[in-house]
Design a protein around this ligand. Structure first.
Ligand SMILES: [Zn+2]
Ligand SMILES: [Zn+2]
Length: 171
């Protein structure tokens, strides 16, 4: 059931244009995870799983905690308990459908795993999360791993700070 690119998967990502960083909308793949993907991941497409997947797909911010997912389900009238949300998210993570981030000072945050590597910059005041990719940083990390005799399998980089809006609000 492919109807072109799903606008749901359009994400903002910071890219370096040479003249500075700009947020650009970027389509990250056309795969909307469906019941089929759930089955392919070895998970039966139960109602809670499908509902939780829907929430993860529709979230504007794309980085949500288990509590956020629970709250959003309750808001749309779904009868799903917090324990179920935790359990399903853990199953999704084990199946590689979602990634878990341990952002400092907060609880775990989840995002759909769309296969494209990116790093995160986040505001310690309001919790907003932006994504970025910097080829120079990527390359330097590969170099470091290589020098240390490692074959790099993964890395994560979180930049913590205070976003422009929160800086304005303070002054
Ligand atoms: Zn902020
Ligand atoms: Zn992300």
């Amino acid at each position: 059931m492919k109807e072109g690119v799903n606008p749901v998967l359009k994400r903002r990502i910071l890219t370096d244009s040479g003249a500075g960083w700009h947020a650009t909308a970027k389509f990250w793949g056309s795969q909307r995870l469906s019941s089929k993907e759930l089955r392919d991941a070895g998970l039966k497409a139960t109602l809670p799983r499908r509902k939780i997947l829907e929430v993860l797909e529709q979230q504007e911010s794309r980085h949500v905690s288990a509590e956020d997912v629970y709250r959003l389900l309750v808001e749309t009238g779904e009868d799903v308990g917090l324990a179920t949300v935790y359990r399903v998210l853990t199953q999704f993570e084990s199946a590689g459908l979602i990634s878990r981030h341990h952002f400092e000072g907060g609880h775990s945050v989840f995002e759909l795993n769309l296969g494209q590597h990116h790093d995160h910059i986040l505001c310690v005041k309001c919790g907003r999360v932006e994504e970025f990719v910097d080829e120079l940083i990527e390359q330097r990390q590969r170099d470091i791993a290589e020098k240390a005799g490692f074959s790099m399998t993964d890395h994560c980089l979180y930049i913590y700070g205070i976003c422009a809006e929160c800086q304005k609000a303070k002054s």
